[in-house]
Design a protein around this ligand. Sequence first.
Ligand SMILES: *[C@@H]1O[C@H](CO)[C@@H](O)[C@H](O)[C@H]1NC(C)=O
Length: 623
Amino acid sequence: MDSTLIPLASSLLILVFIFSYLLARLIKSLRTIKNSRLIWRNTYPSIEELHALFDRGDIMLAAVFIASTLQVSHPEIAKTIRAHSTFKTDPWRRIIRTMTFMFIMIRSNSLERKQVIEWLQRLHRGIPLFKFETNVLVFATFAYGLAKSHEYLGSATPLEIEGIVRGVMSMADKLDPKDLGRKVPNTMAEVEEYLRSELKFDTKVLKDINDENSQLSSVWDEMRRQGFTKFLIRPRTSVQLVLLTKFVRRLSNNVLEDKACHGIFESLFWWCIRKLQCFLSFFHYSMCPQVLTFDGTLNLLISGNPRMADVPIELYREIFGNKGAPPISLPGGSLRQFSDMEAHLPRMEIDQRPMPTVLKFRQELKELVQCSYYRGKLSGSPGHPPRHLGVIMDGNRRYSRGRGLNSVLAGHQVGAHKLLQVMSWAFSSGVQNLTVWALSDDNLKRGPQELNPLFSMMADYIHEMMMGDAPFSIPDVRFRVVGDRAILPDYLNDMITKAETATAGNKRFNLQIAIGYGGRSEVTRATKLAVSKMVQEGLSLEEAVEKVGEADISRQTYSAQLGLPQIDAILRTSGENRLSGFALWESHHAEFAIVEENWPALRQSTFLRSLLDLSKRNRRFGA
Ligand SMILES: *[C@@H]1O[C@H](CO)[C@@H](O)[C@H](O)[C@H]1NC(C)=O
């Protein structure tokens, strides 16, 4: 062997050695990252995450296109659309009206939605829109469109797909209170089967749609005339639009023709298109995050053409009449993101004082990491989540004062929204039974000027929950109220009864709100009930008083009466160090955690940390 080769070979060997060593290290550290317990996703999306699902314009547009393509394949609906569509005469205006309509629908509460529907019915006189059957069809097309777009254009997992379908379909029985609880297709498989049975694939109809789609080009022409070239004319966007159209057609045909299987080349082709689309979207979102959101697109379409400036307000007035300022700010002015509207509760304003961006980013990042960490810990923890968690929601008033909100009610509203979040956090951590203390019997001594608005907010809130707005992220919530109902106003009691009846069949999550509740009065009540039950069973009063025992009283607590396990963990917010009588009887064995944050400001990481703490300590006495 040539002697000059020896040093070369040995250094090569050393290099190879070092390289393999580094590679092994890298692989090992990657493995540890993979195995370490960081869980980045909730199984059940929070409300913000669900809204984020609507925040990618291309996905939303694809969903709308797919849904409308499917809808016009339904003979009745096709007739309606053809009779009333002004798409051919003024497409730009028509697009903005449709998008504004969706904007209002998504953001309004159930009372406002009712008005929107009445308006639509006025508009489409004589056509049975918004019958239950039509609702199911419309929602099914949208569920399919949204789920498929997320699968193809985003990276939704099968579980998320099912979540989207369930979320959308859970709205189908809630447009009209009399339809509540009627059966709707609820999984992707059921939706597909349902659509196949309802729709008729008709090449003539599809040709019509394509004709209408080509009307879009007149919008582009008008844009160019308006000198509005900065956005949609860009080649990248055009490529996206072409892909989107193709993609929509393919997915719609998929349902209509029942062609599940494709050849390998076709599959490969679509795989590439999907990747390209994802890549382009990614590019778009990293460059100009606002523009391609649903709101951003709408805003651009409006601001791009002076003729369109008044269209949203006009539509708003058409629907709601001429009464004051819109409760939701309509597009056209500043760019708004969906996250601004975190919940749909009536008259609700979320505290939005701006925070310095860098600080906010750092806090968000920290929160994300902490939540992931605690989630991982929780899933691997040897303890078990509480079988029944009780929460003392304290600090709404302090929060209002500390934040300088204009009324105490504002703090309660933010607090009400917080409950929705906490429900989804609790549910995704394995808690299924949650009792929250909203108002004590002592609080009822506060003056009517504080109580009346609070009662009316509660009634609105319960109505929203029942109509499906609030627990959008966890359908299947059974709702009940514990406490002294006799002291509540009639309209609130009626609303509670309605909601309890409507959700009586739900099984996956039990939410109890304690209103007019006090621990001592619960124990007094339970004792009385225990004694009177024994008297009814034939004992004399003296014998009953003599014989009544702890077990008899336990059987008459609210939890026992509702068929729930005893409250075995209690969380109190706002740093207060006492139980104040909450779950007085049951708290005997319950674990207790206190957090400093006021209820409306409770962070997910804090909640998860307390839950972890509670589950570790949980010894399940007397279960
Ligand atoms: C919640 O309560 C129900 C009884 O209504 C019980 O079957 C279920 O196991 C409880 N959930 C948990 C997580 O303990």
